[in-house]
Design a protein around this ligand. Structure first.
Ligand SMILES: [Zn+2]
Length: 433
């Protein structure tokens, strides 16, 4: 397709800019897990400068080029993150739960592996454990996303042309790397990797290969964290390191992992903080391309999560000012409120949500508190969603199309309504050039 269009442009002698379809040297691939179109729309309203009449466009709007179809290779239509990431990394659809293997559980070659074969420098960055479904589908092969130990093992055992597959990994997951049966961190160190497990020592990683694992499993949610911009920080660091090791170009996959998790929790404030961090990471990637125009950025999602809608219960409103006031994830809020008496609860509720503790709120929260933590979670979440008119249709994923964003050399190859496998196809053809 790409070649045909380029040939056509050449035959017509037209001045279609070289940069439109020419293969880039470096590829930055970003996946907002669960980030359906409602998430980027909500983020735009959240970012709006209220002193002006118009709603200002966001970094997402500045690079939007298309939409992607996300169905997996079974009859469910609704994909999970493993099948979604497998399609986005190998250009082949598979079953839900598959980590870069086909329907017959046979390994599928990933674009990261092809990049490594070609001598490119490779990297994976996530705010989940680094062996979670999305990053795993780029450098491991397993019949099930749940086999976390085996997936972590692949990061050292899955040799590409005699070398370890990934030159830089930043994320969480020490629990899976330092185990009774195997200490992968020691093995990585023996293989020459620099290592740190302290986020404030990220800068101690001064060259590649390197490994940074900053949580037992995943990072805390951005909204609950004193490092809410951790993905942005890791993205800047990653691009610094890759830039020093890009003789043959680099390939990096950066995941906004927890947009999905806040979606599963139907927690709007949590989702918006994750979006803010993901947007910061995209800005960092765009800035890198402005200084290095031979680089391509492609951003997409594996699916949408939660069936998020803006407007609910028949009311024509969506209140950003309610969402803005919420200072904790509903999970954290519930943990805090659960053991409190009614006076403490009143004070803390208003502190952490900005919402009044009126009679109805008191009745809903104290009633649920007597029942169970789960009931309190539901009650608190409902109060915030109702007050902001945020709607959700499911605790799971949905099958709607997701957006494709692209910037830099080769961006025009991603314009249109594409299957998610076509995104991978085009990226692989660039890597193979
Ligand atoms: Zn999910």
């Amino acid at each position: 397709m790409t070649r045909k269009i380029s040939a056509l442009a050449f035959a017509l002698g037209c001045t279609l800019s070289n940069s439109a379809f020419a293969a880039p040297k470096n590829i930055i691939y970003m996946i907002g897990d669960g980030m359906g179109p409602a998430f980027t729309t909500a983020y735009r309203y959240m970012q709006d400068d209220k002193t002006t009449k118009i709603v200002e466009p966001t970094v997402f709007d500045s690079i939007l080029v298309g939409m992607a179809h996300t169905y997996p290779d079974d009859d469910t239509v609704v994909t999970d993150s493993a099948a979604g990431a497998t399609a986005l990394s190998t250009a082949s659809k598979s079953y839900n739960g598959a980590i870069a293997v086909d329907t017959h559980k046979k390994s599928l070659k990933t674009m990261l592996e092809i990049a490594k074969e070609r001598g490119m420098t490779t990297a994976l960055v996530a705010t989940s454990q680094i062996n979670h479904a999305t990053p795993a589908s780029f450098a491991a092969h397993n019949e099930s996303r749940r086999n976390y130990d085996e997936i972590a093992d692949d990061y050292i055992d899955n040799k590409i042309a005699g070398k370890l597959p990934v030159d830089l990994m930043l994320g969480g997951g020490t629990k899976y790397f330092i185990r009774d049966d195997r200490n992968l961190v020691s093995e990585f160190k023996e293989a020459g990797y620099q290592y740190t497990d302290k986020f404030n020592k990220l800068d101690s990683l001064s060259r590649l290969p390197a490994l940074g694992l900053f949580a037992d499993v995943a990072f805390p949610h951005a909204i609950d964290s004193d490092e809410p911009k951790r993905l942005t920080t890791m993205t800047n660091k990653t691009l610094d390191l890759l830039d020093k090791h890009n003789e043959k170009g680099f390939f990096v996959m950066i995941e906004g992992s927890q947009i999905d998790w806040c979606g599963h929790a139907n927690d709007i404030a949590c989702a918006m903080k994750e979006m803010d961090d993901f947007a910061g990471a995209i800005k960092a990637a765009k800035a890198y391309i402005d200084a290095n125009p031979d680089t391509l950025l492609v951003v997409t999602a594996d699916h949408s999560t939660g069936g998020l809608t803006l407007g609910s219960n028949g009311v024509y409103q969506w209140k950003t000012e309610v969402v803005e006031q919420v200072k904790a994830s509903v999970k954290e809020l519930t943990n805090t409120l659960f053991d409190m008496n009614v006076d403490q609860m009143a004070k803390t509720w208003t502190q952490l949500t900005g919402l009044p503790f009126d009679k109805e709120t008191e009745k809903a929260l104290t009633g649920a508190q007597k029942d169970s933590k789960e009931a309190l979670y539901k009650a608190a979440n409902k109060l915030i969603n109702d007050a902001s008119f945020t709607g959700w249709t499911t605790k799971g994923h949905t099958a709607i199309d997701v957006q494709i964003f692209a910037y830099g050399q080769g961006r025009d190859a991603f314009i249109g309504s594409l299957n998610n496998t076509q995104i991978a196809d085009k990226l692989i053809s660039f890597i193979e050039k």
